[in-house]
Design a protein around this ligand. Structure first.
Ligand SMILES: Cc1cc2nc3c(=O)[nH]c(=O)nc-3n(C[C@H](O)[C@H](O)[C@H](O)COP(=O)(O)OP(=O)(O)OC[C@H]3O[C@@H](n4cnc5c(N)ncnc54)[C@H](O)[C@@H]3O)c2cc1C
Length: 417
């Protein structure tokens, strides 16, 4: 087969699809990219709060560890195209990058649109035939081998099809879960989808009072009963519906799973994880000595954000206007207990549409990890979040989409040549 006769069709112009289209075209294939939205890379454009956390500088083993959703499936993709390969490629394309706290890599410009525009330029440069606002409806196959795809405008023949329609979160960016139906139609199993990296909703009213307050160096723990326990140390914040922030998002995958399994989940904040209960009590005694002429509401200012004091006193059953000198030992110990274990009842997660990533998707058991090819339909490849893979924040999801997109494209072209 001559290089020009290799027709590769990519479904979805997001992170994985853009990488797949540019790579396959660069390798000599004749590439068509179908995108349902009027623009490509809409989700890419809002990643990292508009700054695009492209990847992480951590060793690849950390990437696997930070990918609770089938991280080990990604070994081969990372062996073939890892974070260093990705950055070398970006640098060769003229994108300057920088590394920040926690190894997070961003474009030097702090502008996700720069990455989007780069891919748009590359699509043009590599002569990718771009079909905007043309959602793909079906992957076409005959006797277990792909023949092309169909849209509302017609049928397109292809020697290989790469499915990169993303997950089902942030649907306004185009990722509405279409790929799951297309994959099912050609015989693939799709595992149950649910939100991951998602804020948590609590039944208590007080988080709303504290909306906007962020806590640093705290431990947030979740308990779904039995052995379903987990905790994270770091930063979190209160919202009008409950809690959010980095450590809450990290735990949300487990919470979302437990809730989907019907378990009740309790949460707790340890506001002073570095201090044991005894040491914290001594600290309280010192503070109360310092503020012995004040009322309780003015005696906790060194311990927590001002707006939290009333809530903590209320939960401890201590009147805010109680003179410090009148506080009983029992109440002081109760206060210390609340500071070590501020309880929350988690009733759910925010909806899937608000999740940073979708957990679940096309079962990776039916995808060859060395090529990204479907084990069910020959010359169909899949990459990115449409697969049952999801990782924590830190650039790990984008790297997974770039690496699997790159591998799918190389495999498709190699297989056809
Ligand atoms: C707010 C937010 C911030 C994030 N920040 C980061 C970050 O900084 N770092 C990080 O690593 N990860 C981040 N993520 C996660 C990351 O963006 C995704 O994991 C990644 O975009 C997945 O890439 P993908 O190509 O699989 O899917 P997407 O990028 O979602 O692309 C899928 C594409 O397919 C198109 N499509 C869907 N159906 C069809 C169809 N039927 N026909 C044609 N086209 C179709 C869609 O329109 C879309 O363009 C963030 C996510 C969100 C929501």
């Amino acid at each position: 087969m001559s290089s020009t006769s290799r027709k590769v069709a990519v479904i979805g112009g997001g992170v994985a699809g853009l990488m797949a289209a540019v790579t396959a075209a660069h390798e000599g294939a004749s590439v068509s990219l179908f995108e349902k939205m009027p623009k490509v890379g809409l989700k890419m454009g809002i990643t990292g709060k508009g700054r695009c956390n492209l990847t992480n500088s951590a060793p690849i083993m950390d990437f696997i560890a930070k990918t609770p959703g089938n991280g080990r499936f990604l070994y081969s993709a990372y062996e073939k195209f890892n974070n260093e390969d990705l950055l070398s490629l970006f640098h060769s394309w003229g994108l300057a990058t920088k590394v920040e706290r926690g190894g997070r890599v961003f474009p030097k410009s702090d502008d996700a649109q720069e990455v989007r525009h780069l891919f748009m330029k590359l699509l043009h440069q590599e002569k990718v035939d771009l079909h905007l606002e043309e959602p793909v409806r079906h992957i076409l196959q005959k006797e277990g081998k792909v023949t092309g795809l169909s849209t509302d405008k017609g049928t397109y023949e292809a020697d290989a099809v790469i499915l990169t329609t993303g997950g089902a979160s942030y649907p306004r960016t185009g990722s509405t879960g279409d790929g799951y139906a297309m994959a099912r139609e050609i015989g693939h199993k799709v595992t149950a989808i649910r939100p991951a990296l998602i804020p948590l909703v609590c039944s208590e009213a007080w988080p709303k009072e504290l909306q906007g307050i962020s806590l640093k160096n705290v431990t947030f723990s979740v308990d779904g009963g039995g052995r379903r326990k987990a905790e994270e140390f770091g930063e979190m914040l209160f919202t009008h519906f409950g809690v959010s922030g980095p450590i809450v998002l990290s735990l949300s995958d487990k919470v979302s799973l437990w809730i989907s399994q019907g378990h009740d989940v309790k949460g707790a904040i340890d506001m002073k994880p570095a201090l044991s209960l005894e040491v914290l009590d001594k600290r309280l005694l010192r503070d109360f000595e310092k503020y012995h002429l004040k009322q309780m509401a003015s005696a906790l200012v060194d311990l927590m954000p001002h707006r939290m004091i009333d809530v903590v006193l209320r939960l401890s059953g201590i009147p805010r206007d109680l003179p410090v000198s009148d506080l009983k030992k029992g109440d002081r110990l109760k206060l210390a207990g609340i500071l070590k274990h501020l309880p929350l009842t988690i009733t759910g997660t925010r909806p899937l549409s608000e999740a940073i990533v979708t957990a679940g998707g096309v079962s990776v058991k039916e995808i060859n990890p060395s090529t990204m090819e479907s084990k069910i339909c020959k010359h169909v490849y899949m990459a990115g979040e449409v697969l049952d893979i999801h990782a924590f924040t830190g650039g790990y999801n984008l790297q997974a989409a770039f690496s699997t997109g790159h591998l799918a494209a190389l495999s498709a072209v190699k297989e056809l040549s």
